[in-house]
Design a protein around this ligand. Structure first.
Ligand SMILES: Cc1ncc(C[n+]2csc(CCOP(=O)(O)OP(=O)(O)O)c2C)c(N)n1
Ligand SMILES: [Mg+2]
Length: 277
């Protein structure tokens, strides 16, 4: 299991170092539109993508605005993401999507249209028509949209090979969950006769709830922590729990080495892309 943890850490290191670069570049006024940083939440996609690779499955993936880590975890090309953030035609969405609507045809990653939760009924319809393994990521606030609930019901009724992942950072921009609702997605999914779990973003815990993935519809509500602001480069809470840092301490020197090597590599790639301007 240590090997699994290290493999997940490698993916998370890619995501974290990428986002820290972007954070610094936002401060330098590099980008022309809002940027949604996923740092703090990268362990969800890093773990799920590692499990998919181990199982030799290449799912269709539907994402929303906070998608950089999902894109990178599933090994979509980093240069195309950078170019997208820079608004270039060579970007993954031809420079037209920006941070919120990234996609990768090659990796079956479908970008978002900006309407919170719309990716959920779209993913269910796509899965219903293709019968292919499908993963749809949504935030804890997007999960509240009415059309999400109808889509869950249909996925359950048709026993679709779909994984619903709620990235539950407890926030809708700045509004906490307790202000917005008195129910949890695990119970909603169960009410639709679907298997569902509430877990943390610990890689082994996540791994353990994915055993039946794609043999039946499954929802996992993953509690996680957003490190930076909803959009842009800022920090709400310096003391917030950091899974990435926690794993680095747990894994010791080997993780530190991966972290610093990855940091250097990402900095170089960014530098090269920026010089192309
Ligand atoms: C239907 C709709 N309502 C409101 C918004 C404005 N909006 C954009 S992101 C967001 C919060 C999203 O929260 P969540 O789904 O939990 O994702 P997170 O930003 O926490 O990753 C809101 C309210 C929107 N884009 N679409
Ligand atoms: Mg949220």
């Amino acid at each position: 299991m240590r090997d699994f943890r290290i493999n997940v850490f490698k993916r998370a290191a890619l995501c974290r170092n990428f986002e820290v670069c972007v954070f610094n570049l936002i401060k330098e006024d590099t980008f022309k539109f809002p940027i949604y940083l996923s740092a703090g939440q990268e362990y969800i996609s890093a773990t799920i993508s590692e499990v998919m690779e181990q199982n030799n499955v290449k799912p269709n993936i539907f994402i929303q605005h906070r998608g950089h880590s999902i894109y990178l975890s599933f090994r979509a090309p980093i240069e195309k993401l950078i170019d997208e953030l820079l608004g270039r035609k060579t970007g993954c969405a031809n420079g037209m999507g920006g941070s919120a609507s990234i996609c990768s045809k090659n990796k079956n990653i479908y970008g978002h249209d900006g309407l919170m939760g719309s990716q959920v009924p779209i993913s269910v319809g796509h899965c219903y028509s293709t019968s292919q393994p499908t993963i749809v990521f949504m935030g804890d606030a997007s999960a509240e949209e009415d059309y999400v609930l109808g889509a869950l019901g249909w996925a359950s009724t048709k026993n679709l090979p779909i994984l619903f992942v709620v990235e539950d950072n407890n926030l809708s921009i700045l509004t906490e969950k307790a202000v917005r609702r008195n129910w949890e997605m695990e119970n909603v999914a169960k009410a639709f006769n679907m298997k569902a779990f509430t877990v943390s973003d610990d890689p082994l815990e996540l791994h353990s709830v994915l055993r039946t993935v794609f043999t039946e519809p499954l929802l996992i509500n993953v509690n996680t922590h957003r490190k930076f602001w909803h959009a842009g480069a800022g920090i709400d809470d310096e003391e917030i729990f950091d899974r990435y840092k926690n794993e680095m301490e747990l894994l010791g020197d080997v993780a530190k080495q991966i972290h610093f090597e990855t940091q250097e590599k990402i900095n170089q790639i960014w530098q090269k892309q920026l010089e192309k301007q």
